[in-house]
Design a protein around this ligand. Sequence first.
Ligand SMILES: Cc1ncc(COP(=O)(O)O)c(C=O)c1O
Length: 385
Amino acid sequence: MAGAELIGREELAEIQELFSREKVNLYRYGGGNYKTREFEEKFAAWIGVKYAHAVSSGTAAIHCALAGAGIAPGDEVITTAWTFIAPVEAISALGAVPVPVELDETYHLDPLEVEKAITPATKAVVAIPMWASPKMDELSALCRERGLILIEDAAQALGASYKGQKLGTIGSVASFSFDAGKTLHTGEGGIIVTNDKEIYDRAAEFSDHGHMHLPGLPRGKDPRRSKGLNLRLSEVTAAIGLAQLAKIDTILSMSRENKKKIKEAIRHLDNIILRPFSDEAGSQGDTLIFRVRDREAALQFEAHLTEHGFGTKILPEALDWHYAGVWGHLLGEYDRYRGLDLEALWPKTGIMLRSSICLNIPVLMDGETIERVINAIVSGAEKIG
Ligand SMILES: Cc1ncc(COP(=O)(O)O)c(C=O)c1O
C-alpha cells in the first residue's frame, strides 16, 4: 500500500494552503498557484534528473513518455510479458506494435530475449522494473548498440535502484504512477522524468493537446507541432503529491526494514524459492516474491495466506491483468498475434507467473504483524509439502 497508508494531516495542510491563497486556482496552467510545478521540481531534484512532468495517471505517464520518445504508428516496442496492462495499452494507443518477451529469472526483461525480438521496425525497449531492477547494464548496452530508445516504466519501482543509480534515471525517459498501490499516492497521478529536453517538451505537449507552452503567449495563441490529449494533473493532486514526496524516504526505509525481517525468517524454507535479483541491495521493500512447486501449490498457498488474513498482490489473484498470454482482446488487433494461442508464445513466463506468490509488505507493520506474516508463510510452505 505504501504512500496510501500515510495519507493524513500533511496532505490536508497542503490542500488548505492551496485554498488559503487570495486567488484559488485549481488548473495547472491558470495563473497563481503552481503546486504542480513545485511538485515537478522537487520530484526531479529527489530522483536526480533535469526534467519532470506530472500527469493524470501512471498510464498517462507511460503514454506521454512513449509519445515524447517519438513512438509512432508501426514502430515495434519490445517489453515484458509480465506487466500491468497499461504500458501495452499505451503502445497500442499510439498505433505502435507491442512485442512482449519472456522474463528472466529475476522476473524482468531477459536481455537475450530482447535481442532475439529486434527487427528493423523496432524503435524502443520498455523495461518494467517490478520493485527491483532489470539487468540494466545489459539492456542499456543492447539499446546503445542497436540504436534503440530505452524507456523505463517504473510505476511499481519508485525508490529502487541499480548499482547505486535510481531507477527512472537510466533510460532516456521514465514514467511513474501515484495510484493507490504505489510508493506515493495522490488519488490518481503519474510523472515523466528525463534528462532530454526534446523528449520532455514533446511529452509535455502530448499531455496538453499539443500546446507548446511558449512563454509570453496567451493559451489560445499557443501553437502546436503535434497532436495530444488532455492528460493534465490538477493543482489539488499536486498539493497531495508534495506532502507525499516529503514522506518518501520514510516510506522506503520502513518497508525495506519490514521486508528484510520477513525474508531473513523464511530464507531457510526448502519448498519456496525467493526470487533472485540483479541488485538486491537496490530493491524496494514493497513486495516480496517467491515461487512454489506449481500452479496448484500457488493457489493452495494463496488460500492459506487468505485464511491467515494476508492477501496476495498481483500473483496469483490478478494474473489476468498482468500477463500478455491472456490479452487476446488487445493483441488480437495485430496480424502477428491474431488467432494464435498467446500462452504458447511466452511459456516460460506463464509457468513462472502461475507458480509465484507476490506478497504486499506494508509500511506500517508492528512486530506482532510481522511475526504473523512469517508464521503464515512458514505454515503455508509446510502445507504445500
Ligand atoms: C508498470 C505499470 N505501468 C503503468 C501503470 C498504470 O498506473 P496508473 O494506475 O496510475 O494508471 C501501472 C499500474 O499498476 C503499472 O504497474
